[in-house]
Write a protein that binds this ligand. Structure first.
Ligand code: C2E
Ligand code: MG
Ligand code: MG
Ligand code: MG
Length: 288
């Protein structure tokens, strides 16, 4: 209910005035989407898709990542790559992020309660959401209300959580660790990456950005970066996930380089919860 209230409050501050008259025709798609975002939560236009993350060698599903989808009434499916940055600019990321966290926990807790197969679920947390006062309380409340065991929750955040003060971020991650919640650094290697921060962050995992995986088979520098990051992470006791694995050859190369977990279209695309429930334990499924 507080989501609806918050969204309605936000809406009140941003009136149609902006779009009146001739301006209307020139208004960018960006601004229109920004407007539509204010009602999207109340109107239930968001859905969580889930993408499996598998053991590199066996292909066994180890966890899933929740990825939000917006079913826009006129544009159809809008990519989070487009609307998450807008939601971050407008502050809508706060109620949206809260909805995502609650929905992911609820979905998995429901499966758990029904005795179905469950996986730890990784939820993307915007650094604005993470750094906002009350995030940890909100998280505890969601775990409590949905009944999801905290060991089944992972949080994915980018290095930008450090920008508002590294000390506080480190302290919060320590608290999360104490709650048995797994923490992963997302899109690793693309941020401002002073590597010394890795030493101080009590995280469990790093996710190698898709950009490195995309051409590691043809670009020796990228292959060297991947190799180096895996070695460094393992020395620090961290688990390494590669994002964007699309081909068997990439899987083989990443196995050779010791990568622990893989995620990508080669195994499965993000999918609705119902489809996830129907997946076999091992991916990819060999064509018979
Ligand atoms: P991300 O967290 O790095 O998520 C991985 C993205 O890579 C997803 O895009 C996924 O669909 C895509 N992907 C996975 N495997 C492959 C592959 O083999 N090939 C290619 N080309 N792409 C692959 P998606 O779902 O469009 O999400 C984009 C970004 O939007 C996410 O990147 C994340 O930063 C953000 N995002 C998505 N959902 C949420 C959310 O609930 N909250 C927040 N704060 N951000 C979210
Ligand atoms: Mg992610
Ligand atoms: Mg990522
Ligand atoms: Mg990414």
């Amino acid at each position: 209910a507080d989501i609806a209230v918050e969204a309605a409050k936000q809406q009140g501050r941003n009136t149609w005035q902006w779009y009146e008259g001739d301006e209307r025709r020139n208004i960018s798609e960006h601004a229109l989407l920004r407007h539509d975002l204010y009602t999207a939560l109340c109107e239930n236009q968001f859905e969580l898709y889930y993408q499996p993350i598998v053991d590199a060698v066996s292909g066994r599903i180890r966890s899933v990542e929740a990825l939000v989808r917006w079913h826009h009434p006129r544009h159809g499916l809008v990519s989070p790559g487009i609307f998450i940055p807008i939601a971050e600019q407008t502050g809508q990321i706060i109620p949206l992020g809260r909805w995502v966290l609650r929905q992911a926990c609820q979905n998995l807790a429901d499966l758990h309660a029904k005795g179905e197969r469950v996986f730890p679920v990784a939820v993307n947390i915007s650094s604005l959401q993470f750094r906002r006062d009350g995030f940890l309380d909100e998280l505890r409340r969601i775990l409590d209300e949905t009944g999801l065991p905290s060991e089944l929750l992972e949080l994915e955040m980018t290095e930008s959580i450090l920008l508002g003060g590294a000390k506080q971020a480190i302290e919060m991650i320590r608290t999360l660790r104490g709650m048995n919640i797994t923490v992963a650094i997302d899109d690793f290697g693309t941020g401002f990456s002073s590597l010394s921060y890795l030493r101080d962050l009590p995280i469990h995992k790093i996710k190698l950005d898709r950009a490195f995986i995309r051409d590691m088979l043809t670009n020796h520098s990228n292959a060297a970066i991947v190799q180096g990051i895996i070695a460094m992470a393992h020395h620090m006791g961290l688990v390494v996930v590669a994002e964007g694995v699309e081909e068997h050859e990439q899987q083989q190369d990443l196995i050779r380089r010791g990568c622990d977990l893989l995620q990508g279209f080669h195994f499965a695309k993000p999918m609705p919860l119902e489809s996830l429930r129907a997946l076999p334990d091992l991916l990819p499924v060999d064509p018979a």
